[in-house]
Design a protein around this ligand. Structure first.
Ligand code: NAP
Ligand code: ZN
Ligand code: ZN
Length: 347
């Protein structure tokens, strides 16, 4: 075991602070890498504060992890020391069920293992995430990263990127589609970039008027304020898809009404409490509501390769590790442009 420095929350109400824990030694199929940058996802905040229940403390969050390989096991073939590497939301799964065999490890029948707050079969304890100096992961769950893009802007692709890329690909979003992105945060800004890159006409629906200029700069074609009933009314029946990235409780029905015939509202945001839906907002226009969860390993690699080929990165604000508690407060206010990324040299 290797003592490893990290940052952890000890309870739902305590700020994150320094914490030392043990990582396993490098096994035959493992890759160990020094973490250089880690993105800050709203899911980190939900789980640190136990908003989804089931958080085990201390929790070391972080699942947008990039770095440089420091050691590989004897059977590792994809990586060598010195390579760039990345890990997203998953570090293991059964690899044997139908979903794992289809590359949908996030839906593993036997329970995918989260990068943090998951059951660590190697230590018998809990998995610890990327707010830390180094990580050891089986090579099947380690992604290859191009050296063409600035590394700090790649980190958020590992969750915000794949979570928005995957549903857009699944529903074959492209030219001729009207797409709305609800909520312009970490996930939202990546949804705008991907949807625009795939050829769709993109509208950002936001509670923050000051984000209009940014939205258009990110590739959106239109911007509307969700707090203005007149602006929403004007968009009734317009969209083929809505990607809902909102982290807090909100009224699904008012957005369903914006869907055109056979339109789909794809929920990727995970508000802590259930949300009511008015039947009529769903039946008219034969609308659907759907969900999507991150993405499997093959698709995550495909997304990273697409980003390298098309020069797509996340817009980031680099922070020091010690700034994390303030960053969480700013994230709650929607004050992020558009992803905090921790420079792990500051830990
Ligand atoms: P984020 O950066 O905080 O962005 C969320 C955005 O939602 C905010 O910037 C804000 O945009 C909008 N918003 C926040 N509170 C709102 C409210 N009360 N009413 C209306 N809009 C509000 O968060 P994120 O990291 O993108 O994550 C978004 C959600 O996705 C979280 O719930 C997270 O847990 C979830 N998530 C899901 C998956 C998955 O696999 N499905 C993966 C990662 C994250 P405006 O200022 O534009 O209104
Ligand atoms: Zn995430
Ligand atoms: Zn499985």
């Amino acid at each position: 075991m290797t003592p490893t420095q990290g940052f952890a929350a000890q309870s739902a109400t305590t700020p994150l602070g320094p914490f030392t824990f043990e990582r396993r030694v490098v096994g035959p199929t493992d890759v160990q890498f020094e973490i250089l940058y880690c993105g800050v996802c709203h899911s980190d905040l939900h789980q640190v504060r136990n908003e989804w229940k089931g958080t085990i403390y201390p929790i070391v969050p972080g699942h947008e992890i990039v770095g440089r390989v420091t050691a590989v096991g004897a059977q590792v073939s994809k990586f060598k020391t010195g390579d760039l590497a990345a890990v997203g939301c998953l570090v293991d799964s059964c690899r044997d069920c139908d979903n794992c065999k289809r590359g949908l490890e996030q839906f593993c029948r036997n329970g995918a293992i989260g990068t943090y707050n998951g059951k660590d079969k190697h230590t018998g304890g809990v998995t610890y995430g990327g707010y830390s100096k180094q990580i050891v992961v089986d090579e099947r769950f380690v992604l290859q990263v191009s050296d063409k893009l600035p590394l700090e802007t790649v980190a958020p692709l590992l969750c915000a990127g794949i979570t928005t890329y995957s549903p857009l690909r699944h529903w074959k979003v492209g030219k001729g589609h009207q797409v709305a992105v609800l909520g312009l945060g970490g996930l939202g800004h990546m949804a705008v970039k991907f949807a625009a890159s795939f050829g769709a006409e993109v509208t950002v629906l936001s509670t923050s008027p000051q984000k209009e200029k940014d939205a258009l700069g990110l590739g959106a074609h239109h911007f509307a304020m969700t707090k203005d009933p007149a602006q929403l009314k004007a968009l009734a029946n317009k969209f083929d898809f809505i990607i809902d990235t909102v982290s807090a409780p909100h009224d699904y029905s008012q957005y369903l009404k914006l869907l055109n015939t056979d339109g789909v509202m794809i929920c990727v945001g995970i508000p802590p409490t259930p949300i009511e839906i008015a039947g009529f907002s769903l039946l008219n226009n034969r609308r659907s509501i759907a969900g999507s969860s991150i993405g499997g390993l093959p698709e995550t690699q495909e997304m990273l390769d697409y980003c390298a080929a098309h020069n797509i990165t996340s817009d980031v604000e680099i922070i020091e590790m010690a700034y994390i508690n303030e960053a969480y407060e700013r994230m709650l206010k929607g004050d992020v442009k558009y992803r905090f990324v921790i420079d792990m040299a500051t830990l």
